[in-house]
Design a protein around this ligand. Structure first.
Ligand code: SAH
Length: 221
């Protein structure tokens, strides 16, 4: 992706990225080696807006326009680790944003659908993912509160925006044994909730506190 003259810059980005994985992820307990390796490989700075590339590997979210953000690297790792992907899965992401998390998912699963409601963000993410060669990631521009039935059932669903409660349509689009990871709560604070489907039984587990932008339209259901 980098022209030859930028080789040393690409090496610099790689060094910063490896530091990010060691200091922000491994030190805080992310253990899934596949997740760590994927995050060592995906060039996060390419998904950041040009004027924010210098802070792409910082320990915080990054604004991407439309009052949205790329999630903090640690939150991306935590959410994806909870999906327990092994490589053959079909996955749905709600909230494409920059496309960064979708790219990480693309390295860990067979097939990824990612849904974004803002046309401008969906178009930008689609372009970057295409340029980087993520052929197994499909960006769909639509509201994801109802999930994306066309691609279901999913072995994993990850929601990158917070809902006041777990939307029922998302649970129902899980395959047997599938896992849904979603921040639940209001603007003052949320918890990351993991829903596991076994047959027609759905088990909910509340995990860490977190803070995400709201899932638009989720309060209207
Ligand atoms: N995963 C993203 C970060 C997403 S931030 C990344 O790696 O960059 C949350 C995203 O969810 C935003 O882009 C926002 O526009 C989108 N979003 C919020 N509500 C949505 C909805 N109802 N349907 C689809 N996308 C939604």
């Amino acid at each position: 992706m980098w022209p030859r003259r930028n080789c040393s810059r690409a090496n610099d980005e790689r060094t910063v990225r490896l530091d990010m994985v060691r200091n922000q992820l491994e030190r805080r307990g992310i253990m899934d080696e596949r997740v760590l390796q994927a995050m060592r490989e995906v060039p996060r700075h390419v998904f950041a807006p040009a004027k924010r590339r210098h802070e792409a590997y910082g320990d915080h979210p990054i604004p991407i326009g439309e009052m949205q953000t790329i999630s903090q690297p640690y939150m991306v790792a935590v959410m994806i680790e909870h999906l327990q992907l092994r490589g053959g899965e079909r996955v749905l992401e709600i909230g494409t944003g920059s496309g960064y998390q979708a790219a990480v998912l693309g390295r860990l699963a067979a097939e990824v659908y990612t849904v974004e409601c803002f046309p401008s963000l969906a178009a930008d993410a689609r372009l970057v993912l295409q340029q980087l060669g993520y052929e197994n990631v499909q960006v769909v521009q639509t509201n994801g509160c109802q999930g994306f039935a066309q691609g279901s059932p999913y072995n994993g669903i990850v929601v990158a925006a917070a809902a006041p409660f777990v939307p029922a349509p998302l649970q129902l689009q899980l395959a047997d044994g599938g896992r849904l990871v979603i921040p639940v709560g209001g603007p003052e604070g949320q918890r990351l909730v993991i829903v596991t489907r076994q047959g027609d039984t759905f088990t909910e587990e509340k995990t860490v506190a977190c803070r995400f932008v709201p899932l638009l339209g989720a309060d209207l259901q």
